[in-house]
Design a protein around this ligand. Structure first.
Ligand SMILES: Nc1ncnc2c1ncn2[C@@H]1O[C@H](COP(=O)(O)OP(=O)(O)O)[C@@H](O)[C@H]1O
Ligand SMILES: [Mg+2]
Length: 307
């Protein structure tokens, strides 16, 4: 892996969307390119530094899972191999080094306007709501749960896709009003099956997937596909299993050095929680190592040298 980071791409293709971390380009009416930058965000703030290897880790880890879990539910993945991508889109030849490793060719869909979250452990916004009212998206959960406690069976906990601000947790019933009852049931069943399979495989490698988010879309002929990224540190909470202890927040596998640094600044009154602050080199390096480490642990293979 080179140390060159890419904080943003500008490719000679129609830009469909510039997200917090990825750029989406149209190849044609049937295919898209998802390009993961090395940008990093924490507490919903996108920081000025880029993390070497992060974009490639997100893309190659998604590619790994799309292949592994393709029998559970059909997905949008076509290729994450730069040679294959250049063959399909020759106009990108001169952007080779910029896109290598971090780019995924996928089938274009109309995304459904819901986030399909599965929670296997009580954390994040779900823990915050439960601690206050004993509920999740307004529906009661068993009494007496503690922070980070395992939820058995895992809970399907959809959310709206907010254009601005935070996503809002909604009930299954509300989701069915948005996408229709039949689609709602399919999304729920597919999400729970994907989570169970992913959790078991990550568990064999001493990583807990505490929760994760899936997105689905429809192709022109109406086929439902799993889209976006899959079981990455950006779409999931990964915890090191050997340090798991219910009753408190868990260290995060990838962003902990960043969170610790920002929390320290905040404690000292040197950060307002909103301004993108520059990060010291050792924090950036620690994160870069964490992303590559989690990639190796999950996939069992070394980080691709060409990425
Ligand atoms: N196969 C697909 N078809 C259409 N849109 C997709 C597909 N896969 C992913 N997307 C969309 O691409 C975007 C990825 O960029 P991202 O940086 O995650 O943006 P966001 O800030 O919206 O999360 C998301 O809006 C996602 O819904
Ligand atoms: Mg996203």
């Amino acid at each position: 892996m080179t140390d060159a980071t890419v904080s943003q791409t500008t490719l000679p293709l129609p830009l469909v969307r510039r997200g917090k971390v990825r750029e989406v380009y149209a190849v044609d009416e049937h295919a898209l390119l998802l390009v993961a930058s090395d940008r990093v965000s924490a507490f919903d703030v996108v920081l000025p530094n880029s993390v070497p290897g992060k974009g490639a880790v997100l893309t190659q880890m998604s590619a790994f899972w799309f292949r592994e879990l393709s029998s559970v539910v059909p997905n949008h993945f076509l290729s994450a191999d730069v040679e294959e991508i250049l063959e399909r889109v020759p106009s990108l030849a001169e952007y080779r080094s910029e896109i290598a490793g971090r780019t995924m060719l996928c089938r274009r869909t109309a995304p459904l306007p819901v986030e399909c979250v599965v929670r296997g452990y009580l954390s994040g916004s779900a823990w915050a709501e439960y601690a206050q009212s004993g509920t999740l998206a307004g529906a009661p959960l068993p009494a007496g749960l503690v922070e980070s406690e395992q939820l058995d069976p895992p809970i399907f906990s959809p959310a709206t896709k907010a254009e601005v601000g935070h996503d809002e947790n909604i009930t299954f019933q509300r989701m069915c009003e948005i996408v229709g009852a039949e689609t709602g049931a399919r999304l729920r069943d597919a999400s729970l099956a994907l989570y169970a399979e992913g959790r078991d495989r990550a568990g064999e490698r001493a990583i807990i997937i505490a929760d994760t988010k899936f997105e689905f879309g429809r192709t022109e002929d109406g086929t439902l596909l799993l889209i976006d990224e899959l079981l990455t540190p950006d779409s999931s909470r990964f915890w090191p299993a050997d340090r798991y202890e219910p009753g408190r927040g868990q260290p995060s596998f990838d962003k902990q050095p960043l969170r610790d640094y920002l929390a320290g600044l905040k404690r000292d009154g040197r950060w307002d929680g909103n301004t993108p602050v520059p990060l010291p080199a050792d924090v950036v390096e620690a994160m870069s190592r964490r992303y590559q480490d989690v990639f190796r642990r999950i996939t069992g293979s070394a980080f691709p040298e060409s990425a």
